[in-house]
Design a protein around this ligand. Sequence first.
Ligand code: SF4
Ligand SMILES: [Zn+2]
Length: 123
Amino acid sequence: MPNPEWRDDAACRGHNPEWWFREGAYSLRAKAICASCPVQVQCLQYALNNREQHGIWGGMDITDRRPLHSRAPTRISCRHGHPLTADNLLQTAAGPRCLRCKKAWDHENRHKRRQEREKARCQ
Ligand code: SF4
Ligand SMILES: [Zn+2]
């Protein structure tokens, strides 16, 4: 396997690589390590570019990655087009999510709740 330079910063370095290719408790352990990895995005992008069919990459196993595979080109961004770079990444149990969209969503919800409260007060 080629050795991309981001591998130097990989959180999985020094851990048993088999955890990334096993089922069950091992894979959970691997995903937990990925969740705090500084090169999570690069790792996931690499797996998508190479259509990796095995193992956990960027915190996602093949089942998690399949929906991303079917999309072309395989550039990772949210459905609003925000690139999922390391500073715009929210790690969830379901995989990486767009932080910008999450913030916008939270803001919108707060705004709606405030409006509802104000409306209730005026009645
Ligand atoms: S995201 Fe996970 S598999 Fe990829 S480099 Fe980081 S720790 Fe290793
Ligand atoms: Zn977004």
